[in-house]
Ligand binder design. Structure first.
Ligand code: HEM
Length: 343
């Protein structure tokens, strides 16, 4: 195996670290010095070689540790993974998409051999060697969606399409920015987006839904979203707010550089072939302010975005309480030089 996997934690002693290479390829989300909600959807995959956009499902140095963290979260709270009965076929579609993509894109890490419905899957980083019958759930230890998403970085929502809307009828959600699958399961696109400020009035959600309903077989898209997280914690769920909410109050001017993280979500969209469901993976990347300021253009831009952001967005994204400390810290890296559009 060519890739080295970090031995690290996303809770407790928080030993999560980015290597210089992981910082270099971090999906910095701002292409200008200001931020407002927009639909910002583009084709996926596609992007520079080595970037998180190169392959359908990015695998990086955090893979094994992230899967261990998911296992802990699921053991504590099995409702983080739910699939309504009519979604099993979509789960098989997702399993196929991920296994085929990973075996093709990372042949030294994964392999898939198929003879009709007799499949043989090898996941070397996780030490898994499994023969099973495609479309026969009795041959896997979990349902198909749970089986494959216990082996794939990022959260997953599987959306059923009916009545001109998308319904969140299945998902694996253990690394979310403060929303709950257990609360949202069975809701439609407008219902689960209801807490988001300003966007609906701007027409963002009407446009986005129209776009998603038109996504056809074989078409794949992505968008980036972001928020801020104190400590490199994947599980910032409402269910565990009592664990991570109080950590927001631990930020000081002295520790903000290594305790405050920019949390970027690489969200992708795939139409699934048999079920016609839409798969929506949400892959989380974390970088501390210390990591980010190693790239002077990111430091300058992040300072300006956070300094000027609409207070309602800072509030919704949950960093209003630390905004002044963060902005003061970043101001020392902003020399006022003009930045050019693009990342
Ligand atoms: C936030 C799910 C597609 C824009 C959210 C939230 C969820 C979610 C669960 C959190 C809401 C809360 O606070 O409880 C999904 C799913 C999608 C999807 C499953 C795929 C079908 C999109 C698209 C857009 C979008 C295509 C394009 C504009 C947003 C925005 C927020 C949001 C702007 C607020 C994020 C923030 O400020 O951090 N989404 N979403 N979503 N979503 Fe989506």
């Amino acid at each position: 195996m060519t890739m080295q996997f970090n031995d690290e934690t996303f809770r407790g002693d928080y030993t999560y670290r980015n290597s210089p290479e992981a910082i270099r390829r971090f999906p910095f989300p701002f292409d200008r010095d200001s931020y407002a909600y927009s639909v910002n959807i583009e084709q996926h995959p596609g992007g520079p070689k080595g970037s998180p956009f190169e392959h359908m499902f990015d695998v990086d140095e955090h893979y094994v540790a992230e899967m261990r963290d998911r296992e802990i979260t699921l053991a504590e709270d099995p409702l983080r993974c739910q699939s309504l009965p009519h979604m099993e076929l979509a789960g098989w579609d997702l399993l196929e998409l991920i296994m085929v993509s990973k075996a093709r894109d990372y042949p030294d890490l994964f392999s898939l051999t198929r003879a009709g419905n007799d499949w043989h899957w090898i996941n070397r980083p996780m030490g898994i060697d499994k023969r099973f019958i495609f479309l026969d759930a009795a041959t896997l230890p979990y349902g198909p969606m749970e089986y494959i998403t216990r082996q794939t970085q990022g959260d997953f929502a599987l959306l059923h399409e009916r009545d001109g809307n998308l319904w969140m009828d299945a998902g694996m959600v253990t690394s979310q920015a403060d929303w709950s699958l257990d609360f949202d399961v069975g809701m439609n696109f407008f219902e689960w987006h209801a807490p988001v400020p300003k966007a609906r009035q701007m027409g963002v959600f009407d446009k986005a839904l129209k776009f998603l309903l038109a996504v056809g077989q074989g078409q794949h898209y992505r968008r980036l979203n972001w928020t801020m997280t104190v400590n490199p914690r994947l599980d910032t769920s409402p269910e565990n707010y009592h664990k991570w909410g109080p950590e927001k109050r631990t930020i000081t001017p002295e520790n903000v550089g290594h305790k405050q993280f920019l949390r970027v979500e690489l969200q992708t969209f795939f139409r699934l072939p048999r079920s016609h469901a839409l798969a929506f993976p949400i892959r989380c990347y974390l970088a501390s302010l210390d990591d980010l300021v190693t790239q002077p253009k990111w430091a300058r831009r992040l300072h300006r975005v956070l300094r000027d952001i609409d207070p309602d967005l800072a509030d919704y994204k949950g960093f209003a309480v630390n905004r002044d400390v963060i902005v003061n810290h970043l101001s020392q890296f902003d020399d006022g030089a003009p930045t050019s559009p693009g990342i």
